[in-house]
Each structure stands twice: as structure tokens, then as C-alpha cells.
Write a protein that binds this ligand. Structure first.
Ligand code: ZN
Ligand code: MN
Length: 500
């Protein structure tokens, strides 16, 4: 069972004492910044446009042009660095990272090497009731490469293609300390980091679309062993699930290798999600020598202390602060506030429902219950909800004014999702508006009393627990449309009268 590798694993050979292993994981995360234009030219940084429609001599690396830093990219990177408690280098430097690949037209990537923008930060993970700080080595700015398309075009699949639209889109690279100990730590870290960049509004955090990309460095060693053993770098992890599965696999593979007397080598491996395995990509001997050197076409990046303070002062609310505010402002339990702030878009949605007049706790129950049951977490995360906030508010308000029973409201909600129709229209169409006049309820009560003499006698004899059964029968007789409070009143009055 691979999961055995999660928290350290005990294995015993025929002649050896049981060995427990620990795993050591560090992550390198690239986040695409949501700027309108690219990092060193004025081309649009928009995703999903016609191939090679957003290019110019600068991002194509033609001779005789000079890059100019996009100040917005710097501002976004600083926001992340500040939110992650980093030390900011007021003067940092760009460097050329040289390598050859068809999607890199200049033959080098403008990145940062010595003197990055920010160093020594941390993210705080909540593990149960405990908080653990995961250190960040650095956060730096760099440009993205283009995109190779190997699938080919219909009828011409002998070729690969390159789309340069992504070339020069701003990225931040975030390098963690090797402070993570299990695959679940790694996904917790990513979840937290994604929340930070989404709350800051600097990255959409969409791993499937590649705007958040993660490589993992992982090694194992017998617990307590003083030195680190060779690590592997695992690439091609494009979802949280893949990160988790690839790390589980890789930890187990390394332990097996040690157990069978094999030798670990430092290498880069690719996660193959179809084979559910990591495959070797290149060993240390073939590792890139990037021949970093300072970028001569860009001056050092200088940030004034005033500007840094302005950005710090304007940092928006992050998840934890927002949870505290929701609990305070709307009187929500801490649990609700935590769930509702898992993503910024979910918290925005909830607050829009409340702003449209829904009672806060009832709105929270509906968002956490019915809504999150039907919307996939990844979609909610990207702000894609099946029912507009105003429509959910309309439904919740009907429940709260007792114009609609809770059970019927759930049915109406399911149809709102399925048919994309409004609450009022569906309530009308289904004829499920609550019966609040006493007439029909009185008739149903008389019917139920006549049909259940036994329970009626019990209640009259003082066994009040049976009242619930009778209420249920009246609700059933009114197809769930009667207002439970009216039912209770009418029933109580009828039972209080002397039996005829
Ligand atoms: Zn350009
Ligand atoms: Mn990088």
C-alpha cells in the first residue's frame, strides 16, 4: 500500500532491523501574473487567443530591441512577497538563464538568480489545531516561455508547432524550503499558496490551465539520518491530485530502491498520469548548465521604501482575515467562516447572497450545503456558480419568510440548477408556495386527527413526543407546502379542544 509511505514507513528485511523512513519535500511553484500586458513588452498577456497573435520583436527576441519592465508585474510580485512575509530586496537584478528550446526564441529566459526580489518568507499551514510554518527560500520575477504543440494539426501530424503568445507573460517563481514531510503537506501548501495569490487578485490559480505550475523535489532517508540523500525533481504535475499521487509514488519508489540495495541518483523525472508512475527524464550528468549571467539590457530593479509601504498598506484582506470578519460581521460560527473563505470567489458569492437580503446564517447553510453539493470545487474556485447569487438570495428569502418550506426549497434549487431558471418562476410553476392560510391546514388537521386516534390519544394523555408524528402527517397531507408553524398552532388548538 503506497499510502504507507505517507507518514514514514516501517520495513524489515530478513537480517536487518526495522527501518523507518522520512520523506523530505520542497516545491517550486510558478504563478502566471494577471497583468494586461507581458512583462517586457506591450503585447497582450491574455490566454486562449489565436496562436502567435500576441507577439512583437521584443517577445520574439529579434535583434536590436530592448526590454522594458512592466511595473504592474513588479507590483503583483511584491504583493505576494509581502503576503508571504518575505524580506524584500529593494534592489534586485535580472539574469539570463541560457538554454536552447524551440519555445524560447531568444535562447535565454530573463529571470532572477543572484539577488532575487524577495527572500526568507513563509506560509503558515494549519494542520489540525496546529500551525506549521513552511519556509520560502525566495520569490523572483521572470518571463514565461512559449508553448510547444506536439499533437500537430489535422493531416500534418509530422510537425510540432510553437505558440509564442505565452512568451514573455510575467511569472513569479516561489521556492519553498524542504520543510514538507508528506504528500498531503505539499497539497496543503499549494492550497494555501493558491488562496494567497487569488485573494491578492494577482493570479487565477488555475492548475489545469497552467497558470499555477508546480515541480516537486523529493528525497527519503532513514529517520534521524543526518544527511540528505539524493533527491529527484518531479515535473509535469498539473493538478493537486497529480502532485499527491506523484509524490506518493516517488517516495515509495525511493524507499523500495533503498530497501533492495539500490542507489538513489539525483535526476529529473516526469509524472506520467496514465501510467501512474514517474519516469526518468534526465540525470545529473545531463543536467542543464544555465550559464546564468546578469541581464545587460535591464537596469537593476529598484524599489523605494515609500512604494513598498504603499503596496503593503493597500494589501487586501487574505483568507484568514476574511474568515474572522465574516464570523464577526455576520455572527457566523468559525467553521462556516472557514468553509466560506476557502476561495475568494466563494466568499464573494456568499457576501453577494447576504447583500441581496438573505439572512446570513441561513445563507451560509445554503451555500455550504446545497450549493457546494452541486458545484465542483474547481469551478467555484474560478467563480463559476450554477445559480446567480441574487437568485439564491431570492430562494433563501422565501424560506426565511416561510413562503416556501425547506424541503420544497431544495427541490426548487435543484431545478434552478438544472434549468437555469429563477426561484420565483419555479415556485409559481410548481405550485409549491407555502400554504399559510389556516383553512387548508385546518382541513388537513381534522383529517389526520380522524385517521390516527391512537397517537391523538397519546398526545392528549401527555405524551408530547408523539406530536411530531402528527405534525409530519399533516405536512404529508399538504404535500409539504404547509407552513410548519401554522401546522403546529392549528394542531395544538385542535388537540386542546375536548374530543367530540
Ligand atoms: Zn511582445
Ligand atoms: Mn522558473
Amino acid at each position: 500500500m503506497r499510502a504507507a509511505a505517507l507518514a514514514g514507513r516501517t520495513a524489515s528485511g530478513a537480517n536487518s532491523a526495522a527501518v523507518e523512513y522520512e520523506s523530505i519535500i520542497g516545491l517550486e511553484v510558478h504563478c502566471q501574473l494577471l497583468t494586461a500586458s507581458k512583462i517586457f513588452c506591450g503585447c497582450s498577456a491574455a490566454f486562449g487567443e489565436a496562436p502567435n497573435s500576441h507577439t512583437c520583436p521584443v517577445c520574439l527576441g529579434l535583434p536590436g530591441v530592448l526590454p522594458v519592465l512592466n511595473e504592474k508585474a513588479l507590483e503583483y510580485a511584491l504583493k505576494v512577497a509581502l503576503a508571504c512575509h518575505c524580506r524584500i530586496n529593494l534592489e534586485s537584478r535580472f539574469a539570463r538563464k541560457n538554454y536552447f528550446y524551440p519555445d524560447l526564441p531568444k535562447g535565454y529566459q530573463i529571470s532572477q538568480y543572484e539577488l532575487p526580489l524577495a527572500e526568507d518568507g513563509y506560509l503558515e499551514l494549519k494542520i489540525g489545531d496546529q500551525r506549521r510554518r513552511i519556509g520560502l527560500v525566495r520569490i523572483h520575477l521572470e518571463e514565461d516561455a512559449g508553448k510547444s504543440i506536439h499533437d500537430g494539426l489535422p493531416g500534418t501530424d509530422r510537425y510540432s508547432y510553437v505558440d509564442f503568445n505565452r512568451t514573455g507573460v510575467p511569472l513569479i517563481e516561489i521556492v519553498s524550503q524542504p520543510d514538507l514531510r508528506a504528500p498531503a503537506d505539499a497539497t496543503d501548501f499549494l492550497t494555501q499558496l493558491k488562496a494567497v495569490v487569488q485573494y491578492l487578485g494577482v493570479c487565477d490559480g488555475n492548475m489545469e490551465e497552467g497558470s499555477l505550475r508546480c515541480d516537486a523535489n523529493v528525497s527519503v532517508r532513514p529517520a534521524g539520518h543526518p544527511e540528505l540523500l539524493p533527491k529527484t525533481e518531479v515535473k509535469n504535475l498539473n493538478s493537486f491530485r497529480h502532485v499527491h499521487k506523484a509524490l506518493e509514488y516517488e517516495i515509495e519508489r525511493q524507499i523500495q530502491l533503498l530497501e533492495t540495495g539500490g542507489r538513489l541518483v539525483q535526476e529529473t523525472r516526469l509524472w506520467d498520469s496514465a501510467a501512474k508512475a514517474t519516469q526518468p527524464m534526465r540525470s545529473k550528468e545531463q543536467a542543464h548548465d544555465y550559464r546564468y549571467f546578469p541581464e545587460p539590457d535591464l537596469p537593476p530593479m529598484v524599489i523605494s521604501a515609500e512604494r513598498l509601504e504603499q503596496i503593503r498598506a493597500a494589501l487586501p484582506e487574505l483568507a484568514e482575515q476574511r474568515a474572522a470578519r465574516l464570523a464577526r460581521q455576520y455572527g457566523l460560527p468559525e467553521y462556516d467562516a472557514g468553509v466560506l473563505t476557502l476561495s475568494r470567489s466563494l466568499a464573494d458569492y456568499y457576501e453577494a447572497v447576504v447583500a441581496a437580503g438573505a439572512e446570513p446564517k441561513l445563507a451560509s447553510n445554503w451555500v455550504m450545503g446545497e450549493l457546494l453539493r452541486v458545484v465542483k470545487a474547481e469551478r467555484a474556485d474560478q467563480g463559476e456558480f450554477p445559480v446567480p447569487a441574487a437568485e439564491l438570495a431570492a430562494l433563501v428569502k422565501m424560506v426565511q419568510s416561510r413562503a416556501l418550506s425547506a424541503a420544497n426549497a431544495k427541490e426548487v434549487f435543484a431545478l434552478m440548477v438544472a434549468r437555469a431558471q429563477g426561484a420565483a418562476q419555479l415556485v409559481e410553476e410548481l405550485g409549491v408556495a407555502a400554504i399559510r392560510d389556516r383553512g387548508p391546514v385546518e382541513a388537513a388537521v381534522a383529517q389526520v386527527i380522524a385517521a390516527h386516534p391512537g397517537p391523538v390519544a397519546q398526545v392528549r394523555g401527555g405524551k408530547t413526543a408523539t406530536l411530531g408524528f402528527l405534525i409530519g402527517q399533516v405536512m404529508k397531507a399538504t404535500r409539504g407546502q404547509a407552513d410548519p408553524q401554522v401546522v403546529r398552532e392549528v394542531l395544538q388548538e385542535a388537540l386542546d379542544r375536548e374530543p367530540e
